[in-house]
Structures are given as structure tokens and as C-alpha cells.
Design a protein around this ligand. Sequence first.
Ligand SMILES: Cc1ncc(COP(=O)(O)O)c(C=O)c1O
Length: 311
Amino acid sequence: MSSVTRSETLSAATIREWTRAHVLVSWSEQGRLSPIPIVEAHGSTLRAADGSTYLDFSSGLINVNLGHGHPKVVRAIQEQAARPCYVTSSFGSDSRAALARALHEVSPSGALTKTLFTTGGGEANENAIKIARMVTGRHKILTAYRSFHGATYGAATASGDKRRWAAEPGIPGVVHFFGPYPYRSPFEVAPEHEAGPALRHLEGVIMYEGADNIAAILLELVPGTNGVIVPPDGYLQGVRDICTRHGILLIFDEVMTGFGRWWGSEHWSVVPDIMTFVKGVTSGYVPLGGVSVSPAVAAHFDTRTLWAGLT
Ligand SMILES: Cc1ncc(COP(=O)(O)O)c(C=O)c1O
């Protein structure tokens, strides 16, 4: 059995063999895998060890927004690696302060002022749920059935599709509802008429769950892995109005929709109370995500501990 140091390059056969032997590959039946060894990536082109090239139509997992191997990003990472890479959370660092400031400046209508950083989207959504529960003192979280919010325990519970089942019974207090789905409307109306019945359905769920028990509605702007479902005009504004009326916080999961036009929510001019992001913020070069919050949400923690954190 040979061993390897980081500076050695593995042969294609070894990459395939060791991946099959030692890597648990997500969302896959392991025995059926035959991983293609990728040895180079530039822009939107991946080159495999046998010389064949692949056009990366999905930008990785819809996260490599800037393309692979962008020289400016590589240089920035190299420069940052020579500076303090980690300071304990109660200290300050210029990179964290500058990124938090930049995120505020580009946030929807400049309305989100503070950010808690995470390393991934599932963690961001779980922290958003915790923050909403701490701020409102309520425990229920409403999310759509056609949604994916991450694979960690709480985020998987929040997800509506079948990737939730493996995490069940999951965290308590998550309730699912049906959002608009123009392809096969659960409300049996034409796509352009879906907003009204979808909002009435949501109001009905809120009535039976008790508005005073509901901390937040967590929504993907355009449900991504459930079919890229663009909501009908009026739906997101309607959800915003329902939340405001009932004192429910609106969390937008911009993990997939963020960093195009800055945020998916800009297409409908709807501003959330809390927003989560990951993927495009680093274009997949390093793991980073976060939860940005409004001044009203942030103010809650001026005099109370934020019971959240990661190393
Ligand atoms: C909308 C959405 N939310 C959350 C996640 C989870 O992000 P992560 O894989 O970084 O935990 C994903 C991942 O694809 C996603 O598409």
C-alpha cells in the first residue's frame, strides 16, 4: 500500500480507487459510483485525467459563480493566507469587518446591517432559525414542501423534499406548506392566478398553527433543486405582508439565488428580516456562508447574548 503527501499528484486510477475506497460521497449509492478524476479547471471548463473536457454547465453545485481558477480570486486567497487567518470570535479582523460591511452595502435596499458568518448554507439556515426563535420567543418555523435548506439536522428538517426523510423525526416545530408551482398547481389554477390561492393556503396554515407560535417563514426565493420554480408576481410581497401583519420574521434563503443580481429578492423588491447565503459569496473557493439580519433583529442582541457560534 503506497502513501501520499500533499505535494504529490495522484494518478487517475488512484484517484478513482481511493475515492471509491475512502470517500463517502454525498447523495449517492456508493457502490454504483465511478468518479471522473478532474485534474484541471479553468473558467467553465473541467479537464479530466484522460484529456477529455467537460463544460461545467451547473457551475459546480450552482456555486462557482466566477468560474474555476480565476486569477484574482487565487491571488486574494494567497495574500490572505499570509495574514492572520483566524482570530477568536470576540476579537476583530479586517477581512471579517470588511466583508460584513460590504454585505451590508449590497444587502436588499441596504436594509440588513449585521452578519453572523458560518461555513455553509445548512449552518446558516439553522442559525437563522435559532435567531428567529430567540428574537420572537416563538418556536414554529414554516417552510415550503418544495424546498431544500441543507443537509444538517435542523436544515434537513426545514427542507420539504424527500431529502428530509433521513433526518426525521428531526427538530421539533417545523411545519410545511405548499407554495406556488405553475407546472402542476396544487391550487389547480393557471400559473398567472396562483399567487392568491397560495397566499390564502398559507394564511390557513398560519391560522391552524397559531400565528403567535410562529417565529419565521423560511423561503427559497426561487426553489432551486426542487425545479427552479419562479414564484408568480405578488406572491413574495404577499408573504412579506402576512409576516408583517402577524409579527412573523421572514427569512430568505439566498444560498442558491444570491450573487447573481445581488439577491433574488431584488427581482420582486421584497426585503426580508433575515437572509442566508453561501455558494456565490466565495464562488466555492473556500467554505463561507452567513446570516444577515435587519437592525431590529440585531438590536435584540444588544442586551442579550447571541447563543450561536462556530470556530
Ligand atoms: C437553497 C439552498 N439552501 C441551502 C443549501 C445548503 O447549503 P450547504 O450545502 O452549503 O449546506 C443549499 C445547497 O444546495 C441550497 O440550494
